[in-house]
Design a protein around this ligand. Structure first.
Ligand code: GDP
Length: 434
């Protein structure tokens, strides 16, 4: 999926445009997990194009001076996106700060689309002529508050999407990421995992530029560790800001099949862990928990069970995710991670034969009759798997309105009991049979 960033000086309307383009995409899980608070990153679509959108304005770098903030945001746009929307304000004309943004954007080869916001009606169109001086070609007049001009702008954005990455079609590779707060031991774990493994050093042309993904082979299986901010040496000032790390983490999750939520065994679970876990579940990724630094945790024979209870209590919607207790330092149980990642990835891509699936569903209905409402009983005709990653099932019924959340949950549990699905979310969609 391509990534689009909105960049521009303060008060040109970046978050208004962001929200307009993203629309109402708040899911229950994300909302409960608090991911949607001050959102700066979201999936979006325009016609047949799916993409991710970043509002760089939401990334504030401590108390850095005004021009440094703008510079960092523009650099983030350049580093993290495939297409950049350079937003300006038609009512104020071209300002020095706009020119400051422009100068930084001149340095990139990525397509930059210039948009002039607050052009609220066609009579105001001539406001855009001033903006040719910025040197990014034809400016697109838009109105965030009235929702005007966005179609033409997004057409132009989509026309500039890069060709599909070669790496995205390599489907024999298991892609995973390690997500967690700073200092939980992500880099140490990567090193411990790679230890003796053969690291394939091959730069595939056209892969996500600045990401340093690490490919390797273990027992004949190809893997790729997706890079996150915390795994690199800190350089630019914005790389130490929390919002930026969060952005990198969410982007890494999007590119992964399996997400390892790394928790520091000494510190326990934190709010931020819940946020990223919620996002991963919502994005339909395989998930497992890795409790690291287990070597320095003071333990008795109940410690591990207590920790498991703690994880289950804090991540209610991730009751299917396996939990590993490891030490990157002593390498204790680190080698068990390979098999678990592989298992989760296989479950994530599991396809169930229709005949077997329908036996399980029939059996479930026989044990626990479908709900009824106002004298009408829900009839389940048949079920079919429509997608993998994650496994997604459509259940055809007489009247979808009679389907209860709790009955859907029951059916999901039956599917899990029958097929395992350890580590992967599954989706169930109820449809009327046509
Ligand atoms: P990251 O920010 O999540 O990548 O964390 P690092 O891998 O840089 O580790 C942070 C610190 O924790 C370093 O000082 C590591 O040596 C230490 N560390 C990492 N894993 C372990 C572990 O399993 N046990 C112990 N005792 N220390 C660890």
């Amino acid at each position: 999926k391509p990534t689009v960033a909105i960049v521009g000086r303060p008060n040109v309307g970046k978050s208004t445009i962001f929200n307009r383009i993203v629309g109402e995409r708040i899911s229950i899980v994300e909302d409960v997990a608090g991911v949607t608070r001050d959102r700066i990153y979201s999936s979006a679509d325009w016609l047949a194009h799916d993409f991710n959108l970043i509002d760089t304005g939401g990334i504030q770098i401590g108390d850095a001076p005004f021009l440094d903030q703008i510079r960092s945001q523009a650099e983030i746009a350049i580093a993290e996106s495939d297409v950049i929307i350079f937003l300006t304000n038609g009512r104020e004309g071209v300002t020095d700060a706009d020119e400051h943004v422009a100068k930084i954007l001149y340095k990139t080869k990525k397509p930059v689309i210039l948009a002039v916001n607050k052009v609220d009606n066609p009579d105001m169109r001539e406001m855009i002529y001033d903006f040719y001086s910025l040197g990014f070609g034809d400016p697109f007049p838009i109105s965030g508050s009235h929702g005007l001009g966005l179609g033409d702008l997004l057409d132009e954005v989509a026309a500039n999407f890069p060709d599909v990455d070669a790496e995205e079609i390599e489907d024999d590779v298991i892609r995973f990421s390690l997500i967690g707060r700073p200092n939980v031991g992500k880099s140490s774990l990567v090193n411990a995992l790679l230890g003796e493994e053969r690291v394939i050093v091959s730069e595939i042309a056209g892969t996500t530029r600045d990401a340093i993904d690490t490919p390797y082979v273990h027992e004949g299986q190809k893997y790729k560790i997706i890079d996150t901010a915390g795994m690199r040496k800190k350089g630019k000032i914005y790389e130490s800001t929390e919002k930026y790390s969060q952005l990198r983490a969410l982007k890494a999750i999007d590119r992964s099949d399996v997400v390892l939520i790394v928790i520091n065994g000494e510190e326990g679970i934190r709010e931020q862990d819940k946020r990223v876990a919620g996002y991963a579940e919502d994005a339909g990724k395989g998930v497992m928990f890795v409790v690291n630094k287990w070597d320095i945790v003071e333990k008795d024979n109940k410690t591990m069970n207590k920790f498991i209870e703690d994880i289950r209590g804090n991540f209610l919607f991730l009751d299917y995710a396996p939990i590993a207790f490891v030490s990157a330092k002593t390498k204790q149980r680190v080698n068990t991670l390979f098999d678990r990642i592989k298992l989760v990835s296989e479950n994530h891509a599991l396809r169930i034969q229709s005949s077997v699936l329908n036996e399980v569903v029939e059996d479930a209905v026989a044990r626990n009759p479908a709900p009824s409402e106002k004298g009408k009983r829900l009839r389940i005709y048949y079920a079919t798997q429509v997608a993998v990653k994650p496994p997604t099932f459509v259940v055809f019924v007489n009247e979808p309105e009679i389907m209860h959340f709790s009955y859907e949950r029951f059916l999901q549990n039956r599917l899990r009991e029958s097929f395992g699905f350890e580590g992967t979310p599954i989706r169930l969609i109820t449809r009327a049979r046509s």
